[in-house]
Design a protein around this ligand. Sequence first.
Ligand code: SF4
Length: 214
Amino acid sequence: MNKNLSSYIKKLKERDISSCIITNGVLLTPEKQKDLIESGLDQIQISYLTTNKNRYSEIVGNKGNFETLNCNLQHLFEIRPSGLRVRLNFLDTDFNTRDFHKVKEIADNWGFDTFYRREHSRGGSNLKLGYYHDSFDSCLRCGTFPSVHFITTDGNVVPCCNDTRAENILGNITYFDYESVVKNKLKVMLDKYELNICKNCTDDYRWYTLLKVK
Ligand code: SF4
């Protein structure tokens, strides 16, 4: 976790901008939770893929620790202020599909929200799921692009969290003001320009509105 995270959150709070962090929960220690809550964090999203310890290890490998994750979440449940929204993100990889209802049950017991998403290509970086080439009959991108700004630690504005290598830069907040960044995003939309990362994205959210209308 970035060591300046709480100061970033405080600065956003001073500007009345809501903040959210997404984490695997392992480094969300009781000390870190206290720090983040005191800085005014509005939302925490934690990846929670299964309630089964063995399956957890098989999915996340050595990047996670199931006991630590659960201890951290139990602590968060105990100290969470009412204004802090906590959400468990469940990514359905086929391997863990049957665990969703148990994850939901645990989240309900802790008073946390749940979010379900099928595994997708992550803008092409998840090679397991390949690429989505034919975007002719689909939306050009999802609702994340206009509604959320993703800024890397060196100030680059990228389309979404899938652009982990910052290959689709829309501006840099260090050189341009906020309004210019928003204008640039608007231009991409008005020009109906499809970014490479979105071309290769199979996130259900792209078609969410269409699916809802159906
Ligand atoms: S369509 Fe996919 S890659 Fe593009 S902004 Fe949305 S989630 Fe990101």
